[in-house]
Structure formats: structure tokens, C-alpha cells
Design a protein around this ligand. Structure first.
Ligand code: SF4
Ligand code: SF4
Ligand code: FES
Length: 246
């Protein structure tokens, strides 16, 4: 049976790669590889997953240098493990590392607390004047603002865009694509009471003006969201606010 060589980061910020050999199987995902290694070769290997079907986003890792959901990444799509070598490469080796731009806890797991805190710093917490006893707000689903909010709202905090952003990599202050994408959704959400405060936070020192619009976040997002477009929207909205147009 043909085998793949899988190089996996071990340790925290300091560490090394261990190499494992895993048999090639039909319809094998990268998450399947990691699970097989952990169950059959090294039970001390740490990694995260939950749904295994592309819903939770917790299985995100760097796969051959690119941030991906490993449960939705088939080994064949990487161009390894097949005689044809289809896809991006033509080798029998896969390299797995924890998501970039986050502190490493152990092996393939990262500390996402700063990433989550940045959502708060971007004003990305929903506030409503209504409570459970009030009628739901009436929102026109076809309004321009609601459509803009909806286009960004499906984010599940997986961190793939954050790990793919070069500005996040070198600028500690930058809040990053996911937090700003959420801010964009909220400044367009008529039900959100603190829209002005969210816009102000998203325009702050770590905010949208740091984005270079090079689009890596948009290319990487596994569900096709475009933080790049959301951030461009925030920049435009700030300009309009400056000249008194809301
Ligand atoms: S478009 Fe902006 S947020 Fe997205 S990867 Fe580029 S710099 Fe980062
Ligand atoms: S915008 Fe996409 S890539 Fe970024 S955290 Fe949300 S779901 Fe993940
Ligand atoms: S395990 Fe939930 S998206 Fe991969």
C-alpha cells in the first residue's frame, strides 16, 4: 500500500517537526491523516476538530503553508498520494503546522484568545435596545444595508483569514480581517444600537486603514466570504462620515 510522509509540528512556539508515515486511503482528508496518526501512532499529538464536515471551523491548520479546514481538504486535492500527482504539487509529503499569526499552545493547537479579543476591540459585539419580551425588529431583507450585513454575517471565527493575512503577521496592532468583517456586518445592521461606536472602533489605530487590500483573506476563506470587501466598505463609510454623509 502506498504511504504518505506527514511532517507535523511538535511543541509550542519552540519545537521541531516529527515525520510519520500513513497509508494512502480512498477519499482521505487531511484531518483523517492527523486522526490516524493520533490514534495509531502517537496519542500525545494535540489537535482540534469537532464537526468533521465543514461547519465548526475548529480543524483549521497550515497545510503545506496554506491555512485550510483540514476536514474539507482531500489529500488528493494536494497533488500527493496519487500516481498522477494532481493538484498543487507532485510529492508524497504533507507538512502540517498550527495556524499562523497566533501563539502556539502544543503541536497543532493555537491560543485563539487574542484573535477573539480583537473582535471586541473592533466593536464587534451586538447590542440591542430590545429584550426577549419585545417584538422582533422589522428589517427589510431587500434593503441595501441588510444585504451588506448578510454578505458578511456567516463567519464562524475559524481564523483561516487571520492566518493568511501578511499585515496581521507584522503589525501587532492590526485587528485583522475576521474582526473587521464582523464590524462591517454590524455597522450595516439596523438592529445594532451601537453602530457609531462600532464604526469608530473599526477606524481606530488597529482598524481598517491598516489593510493593504491584497485579498489573501478573501481567497482563503473556506466559505467564500470577502473580508477585503467588508474592510473596503468600512473605509468608504468612514470617508462618507467625514464629509457628513451617512
Ligand atoms: S485584504 Fe486586508 S485583511 Fe485581507 S489579507 Fe489583505 S491586508 Fe489582510
Ligand atoms: S471570514 Fe471566513 S476565514 Fe475568516 S474567520 Fe470567518 S469564516 Fe473563517
Ligand atoms: S472539524 Fe468542523 S470544520 Fe473541520
Amino acid at each position: 500500500m502506498k504511504s504518505l510522509s506527514v511532517k507535523i509540528w511538535r511543541g509550542a512556539d519552540e519545537g521541531h517537526f516529527d515525520r510519520f508515515s500513513v497509508p494512502v486511503r480512498e477519499n482521505q482528508t487531511v484531518l483523517d491523516l492527523v486522526t490516524e496518526i493520533q490514534r495509531q501512532q502517537d496519542p500525545t499529538l494535540s489537535y482540534r476538530f469537532a464537526c468533521r464536515v465543514g461547519v465548526c471551523g475548529s480543524c483549521a491548520m497550515m497545510v503545506n503553508g496554506r491555512a485550510r479546514w483540514t476536514c474539507r481538504t482531500h489529500v488528493r486535492s494536494l497533488g500527493v498520494g496519487t500516481d498522477e500527482g494532481i493538484g498543487e504539487g507532485d510529492s508524497d509529503e504533507i507538512t502540517l503546522e498550527p495556524l499562523r499569526n497566533m501563539p502556539r499552545i502544543k503541536d497543532l493547537t493555537t491560543d485563539m484568545s487574542r484573535f477573539i479579543d480583537q473582535w471586541g476591540e473592533a466593536g464587534a459585539g451586538f447590542t440591542s435596545a430590545r429584550d426577549r419580551n419585545d417584538d422582533p425588529a422589522r428589517v427589510d431583507p431587500n434593503s441595501k444595508k441588510r444585504k451588506a450585513a448578510n454578505a458578511a454575517i456567516e463567519c464562524i471565527n475559524c481564523g483561516v483569514c487571520h492566518a493568511s493575512c501578511d499585515v496581521v503577521a507584522w503589525n501587532d496592532e492590526y485587528l485583522g480581517p475576521a474582526a473587521l468583517n464582523r464590524a462591517w456586518s454590524l455597522v450595516n445592521d439596523e438592529r445594532h444600537e451601537a453602530r457609531d461606536e462600532t464604526l469608530e472602533a473599526a477606524l481606530g489605530p488597529g482598524g481598517c486603514s491598516n489593510c493593504h487590500s491584497h485579498g489573501n483573506c478573501m481567497t482563503a476563506c473556506p466559505i467564500g466570504l470577502s473580508p477585503t470587501r467588508s474592510i473596503a466598505g468600512l473605509k468608504k463609510m468612514s470617508l462618507m462620515a467625514m464629509i457628513g454623509i451617512k
